[in-house]
Design a protein around this ligand. Structure first.
Ligand SMILES: Nc1ncnc2c1ncn2[C@@H]1O[C@H](COP(=O)(O)OP(=O)(O)OP(=O)(O)O)[C@@H](O)[C@H]1O
Length: 371
């Protein structure tokens, strides 16, 4: 059992501004929770407070119901894996993994057992006599994870553990971390600025911005029901397309009019009609994902909006399985996700089809999703 509860946690570094503002997060037993957000949003600070490496200015940190704000890091039953591995260069892999256990005066046999088991789990048995300098980045990262596993902690904390690996190895290690989580059945809290890593690893994801929680939800809920414009733009690759405009009511007709006038979408009969009726006369922003914007109406049973103005794709990325086609509309960069074998002619204007029921609308002032 290892449940972590952050209750109204705040942090201000000495003499500095508040960098974490009244954050409450529950991490359930055996859950994999990812803290994600742009640089400086406070995710490392939050993780370091859980580890005990930073003081908590206000609020309570509970591990299995016990307040541990003032407990020393070594007594927290929490192990942290750092981005830069933090291995001792003069020690072998075995010694690196055994070191913390030796300090705790654990019997030699048990240390051997634990190190051997961790090495098996991570498939690094053949590296146990090597020094860190004679290993690849990926291998060093495994040793760093092994050093956490041997402690058999209640909670694992990871601070951007994959950021020093190349793209291919990052992909592989992501899959291994998922498997590790399943095998160890441990509670894990993982920090990254990479939304793809967050989406693929997290049971739930906490999106942070400037020390505030923007949304705490499952990956698919973040993707399909973002709470606000920030989450909508941060989660998803390629990022969501946005178009500022306003809601116009004309008799019984309700429309979204883009700020530049190129797009006028009838909202009657759409899933948004009811919520947007209250926004008549107000500024909103439309958001639509690349896969809901195409050059062919995909499903004739759905009602697609097609702007009168033809667009001209100005760049095309062929990925094989799909094609990303880019265009500019009212000064905004748009991307459409087309099928892998589409022929895209960048020299002529084409019609686009927008699946408005799948679009999102955001309050222009509060940036909250309008529901
Ligand atoms: N020791 C410190 N003293 C003062 N301010 C700090 C200290 N450490 C971090 N900060 C500030 O706290 C804020 C949050 O920093 P933090 O490192 O937690 O962000 P982050 O989201 O992990 O960013 P990154 O992805 O760049 O590591 C930043 O504004 C940072 O400048």
């Amino acid at each position: 059992m290892a449940e972590v509860l952050l209750k109204h946690i705040s942090k201000a570094y000495a003499g500095g501004p508040t960098v974490i503002r009244d954050i409450s997060i529950d991490v359930k037993d055996r859950e994999f929770v990812v803290l994600v957000g742009p640089s400086g949003c406070g995710k490392s600070t939050l993780l370091r407070m859980i580890a005990g490496l930073e003081d908590i200015t206000n609020g309570d940190l509970l591990l299995d119901g016990q307040r541990i704000n003032d407990r020393a890091p070594k007594d927290r039953d929490i192990a942290m894996v750092f981005q830069n591995y933090a291995l001792y260069p003069h020690m072998t892999v075995y010694e690196n993994m055994a070191f913390g256990l030796k300090l705790r005066n654990m019997p030699k046999d048990e240390i051997r057992q634990r190190v051997t088991r961790a090495a098996q789990i991570l498939e690094i048995e053949s590296l146990l006599d090597r020094k860190p300098k004679d290993m690849s980045g990926g291998q060093r990262q495994r040793v760093a994870i092994g050093r956490a596993i041997v402690r058999n902690p209640k909670v694992f904390l990871f601070d951007e553990p994959l950021s020093n690996l190349d793209a291919k190895l990052r992909g592989q290690t992501r899959i291994e971390l998922q498997k590790l989580h399943r095998d160890l059945q441990a509670t894990m809290i993982y920090v990254t600025h990479d939304q793809v890593e967050a989406m693929t690893l997290g049971d739930r994801i906490v999106v942070l911005r400037n020390g505030d929680v923007m949304q705490h939800d499952t990956p698919l809920a973040l993707y399909n029901q973002p709470a606000n414009r920030f989450v909508a733009g941060f989660i998803g690759s390629p990022p969501m397309n946005f178009l500022p405009g306003r809601i116009v009511a004309d008799g019984t007709a309700l429309r979204f009019e883009s700020a530049g006038g190129a797009v006028s979408i009838r909202l009657n009969g759409s899933v948004h009609q009811q919520a947007l009726a209250a926004y008549a006369g107000r500024a909103v922003e439309l958001g639509i994902r690349a896969e809901h914007l195409t050059d062919q109406p995909m499903n004739r049973q759905r009602s697609y909006f097609s702007p009168e103005q033809l667009i001209v794709f100005d760049a095309v990325e062929r990925m094989g399985s799909e094609t990303l086609a880019y265009f500019i509309l009212e000064g905004q960069r748009f991307v459409a996700r087309l099928s892998g074998d589409s022929t895209v002619d960048t020299s002529v204007g084409v019609s686009t089809f927008w699946d408005i029921d799948k679009a999102h609308f955001f309050d222009a002032d509060t940036e909250q999703t309008i529901r």
